[in-house]
Write a protein that binds this ligand. Structure first.
Ligand SMILES: Cc1cc2nc3c(=O)[nH]c(=O)nc-3n(C[C@H](O)[C@H](O)[C@H](O)COP(=O)(O)O)c2cc1C
Length: 270
């Protein structure tokens, strides 16, 4: 039983003035005087004000840290791909005979093994002793980056460790092109040139001609994907119809990183 008519309690409060602690008072059932009821609305005493302000600031800082921690934790979830299966598939001549563009996709995800094989075909390392790739690179500048837009976010393919480094966790498939199927298909590849690696002077202001050799390099990578898709009976289309400024923004690219083209891969509609 409460010995007096007033009980003091510190409550966590939230309101127009923000989040903080407030000292409130309550009346016991046996004491219902006007003074008691009036005391319930009393806020903190003046000398408690500065302490409360400090605690409010600390509380906000703690919440901000907590929220940013959660966001960072969500954004940095890499996908470790299984080792690629680098044998088998159709003979090259059969794959060439079957290579074709298809724009009819279903939304079914590719299994991780299939995604790993696809990325290795596009840009994997096939000579680990030299760190060289399945596609050639003009002057061996190796300026290409292969980004992968999945439902779970945007990733950068890291061929040295066969993993997908997560750039962010937003589904930007729709921003990868101006055709309806891009948001349905499970995988959209985006080929990006790093003009610093390409040795272009003043890369942030370089014009489209600076991308010529990167565009040729990209052609080899995209054809690798076409042939691999032909071998695996997957649908594939390389796409230049892309809003490049919009996609660069969605990908959070730096000015020296330039999109060359995109390519969609998935299971075909029956
Ligand atoms: C550089 C380039 C850009 C292309 N851009 C698009 C595109 O934005 N959208 C699309 O549906 N197809 C695109 N295509 C695919 C072509 O339309 C396709 O290759 C052509 O119709 C020939 O068909 P095939 O690939 O089956 O031989 C592009 C092809 C190339 C080589």
């Amino acid at each position: 039983m409460a010995p007096s008519s007033l009980r003091a309690t510190w409550l966590l409060t939230a309101g127009m003035e923000g989040i903080g602690y407030r000292k409130i008072t309550g009346c016991s059932s046996s004491a219902r005087s006007a003074a008691c009821r009036a005391s319930k609305t009393n806020k903190e005493k003046p000398e408690e004000g500065s302490m409360l302000r400090v605690s409010k600031v600390l509380m906000f800082a703690a919440i901000a840290l907590l929220v940013s921690g959660v966001v960072i934790a969500q954004e940095l979830k890499p996908i470790t791909l299984p080792a690629p299966q680098t044998h088998g598939g159709k003979p090259v001549m059969d794959a060439l005979a079957l290579r074709a563009t298809s724009r009819d996709f279903v939304s079914t995800d590719l299994p991780m093994q299939t995604l790993s094989n696809l990325l290795w075909a596009a840009w994997g390392i096939n000579r680990p002793d030299q760190g060289k790739h399945t596609a050639p690179s003009s002057n061996n500048k190796q300026e290409m980056s292969l980004y992968v837009a999945l439902e779970s976010g945007l990733y950068l393919y890291v061929p040295e460790s066969q993993l997908l480094k997560q750039i962010h966790n937003r589904d930007i498939r729709k921003a990868t092109g101006k055709q309806d199927f891009v948001e349905i298909a499970p995988v959209n590849l985006i080929y990006v040139s790093d003009l610093i690696k390409a040795g272009v002077s003043n890369p942030d202001k370089a014009g489209p001609e600076a991308l010529n050799t990167s565009a040729i390099n990209t052609g080899f990578m995209a054809q690798n994907v076409y042939l691999w898709c032909a071998s695996e009976k997957l649908a594939c289309v390389v796409r230049g119809w892309v809003d490049i400024p919009e996609l660069s923004k969605a990908m959070e690219l730096a000015p020296h990183q330039r999109i060359i083209i995109a390519q969609t891969v998935g299971y075909p509609k029956k």
